[in-house]
Design a protein around this ligand. Structure first.
Ligand SMILES: [Fe+2]
Length: 258
C-alpha cells in the first residue's frame, strides 16, 4: 500500500476514535517527506488530544467526588436535625436509627435493590423530623388521652416533615415515605387517608418498622412488649393497619435474627 494511502487510512481510524501508534511508522526517515511531516503533526495532535481527554477524565472524577461530598454533608446536616429532635424527646433517642436499620432489613427481605434500601434508610432517619415543631407538652411522658388541639398537632407531623425537607433533592422518594409513614392500607391513616395502592412500599415498610420499635421500646410510663407480642399485634392488623407483605417480611427478619 502506498504510504499516502496508509496515512489516510490511519487518519480515518484516528477520526473514528481508534488511537494506535501506527502513525509513528510513517514518521520514519524512509517514508516520503510530506507523509513524514503529516504523520509527525498527527502524532503530536494525538498526544495533545489524549492529554486533554485525560484531564477531562480527572475533572469528571473530581466533580463526582465533590458531588458525593456535598451529598454526604447534606445527609450529615439532616442527621443533625434528627439528633436535635432526639434531644427534645428522650423516647426518640435511637428510635429513628432503629427504624432506619429495621426498615432496611425488611426492604432487603422483600428483595429491594441497594438504592431503594438507601431511600428507606433516609426515610427512617427522618420520618419523625416534623415533630421538631411540636410544643414542649407533647414530649411530656403521659398515658392520658390527648386534647383535640394536641391530636391535631400530632396528625400534622408528616406534613411538617415534608415542609422541612422538600428542598433536599437527594431524598428522592424518601420524602414521600416521610409523608406517608402513618398512612394505612385500609385508608384510615393520616394525614391524607391514602388507599393501599397509593401508599409507596417504602412508607409501608417504615410504618411496620416504626410500630414494631414503638411497641418493643421501654417508655417512662410503660414497659416495652416482647418481640413476639409486638409481632402478634402486627399480624392481627395485617392488611388493615399494616401492609401484609411488610408484616410477613418483618416476621422473617425477626426470626432470622434469633
Ligand atoms: Fe411518625
Amino acid at each position: 500500500m502506498a504510504a499516502i494511502d496508509r496515512l489516510l487510512e490511519i487518519i480515518e481510524e484516528i477520526a473514528a476514535g481508534k488511537y494506535s501508534n501506527d502513525i509513528m511508522d510513517l514518521t520514519r526517515k524512509d517514508q516520503p517527506e510530506p507523509v513524514q511531516a503529516i504523520a509527525e503533526a498527527m502524532g503530536l495532535m494525538m498526544v495533545k488530544v489524549e492529554a486533554r481527554e485525560y484531564r477531562l477524565e480527572l475533572m469528571v472524577k473530581e466533580l463526582e467526588d465533590l458531588n458525593e461530598q456535598i451529598r454526604q454533608s447534606t445527609i450529615n446536616a439532616v442527621s443533625a436535625m434528627a439528633h436535635a429532635l432526639a434531644a427534645r424527646d428522650a423516647y426518640t433517642e435511637g428510635h429513628a436509627a432503629r427504624v432506619a436499620g429495621l426498615g432496611c432489613e425488611i426492604a432487603r427481605q422483600l428483595g429491594l435493590k441497594d438504592q431503594d434500601l438507601e431511600y428507606v434508610r433516609l426515610g427512617g432517619i427522618l420520618h419523625d423530623i416534623g415533630k421538631i415543631g411540636f410544643s414542649d407538652r407533647l414530649f411530656d411522658p403521659h398515658n392520658a388521652k390527648n386534647p383535640p388541639e394536641v391530636v391535631k398537632e400530632i396528625l400534622s407531623h408528616p406534613t411538617t416533615g415534608v415542609e422541612i425537607l422538600h428542598a433536599l433533592d437527594f431524598l428522592g422518594p424518601a420524602l414521600n415515605y416521610v409523608h406517608c409513614h402513618h398512612e394505612r392500607p385500609d385508608g384510615k391513616g393520616y394525614p391524607r387517608h391514602l388507599k393501599d395502592e397509593e401508599i409507596p412500599l417504602g412508607a409501608k415498610i417504615l410504618a411496620v418498622a416504626d410500630a414494631f420499635d414503638a411497641m418493643t421500646t421501654d417508655r417512662p410510663y410503660q414497659k416495652g412488649m416482647s418481640p413476639e407480642v409486638a409481632l402478634g399485634i402486627l399480624k392481627k392488623h395485617a392488611g388493615t393497619k399494616w401492609d401484609n407483605r411488610c408484616v410477613a417480611a418483618i416476621e422473617a427478619v425477626i426470626h432470622l435474627s434469633k
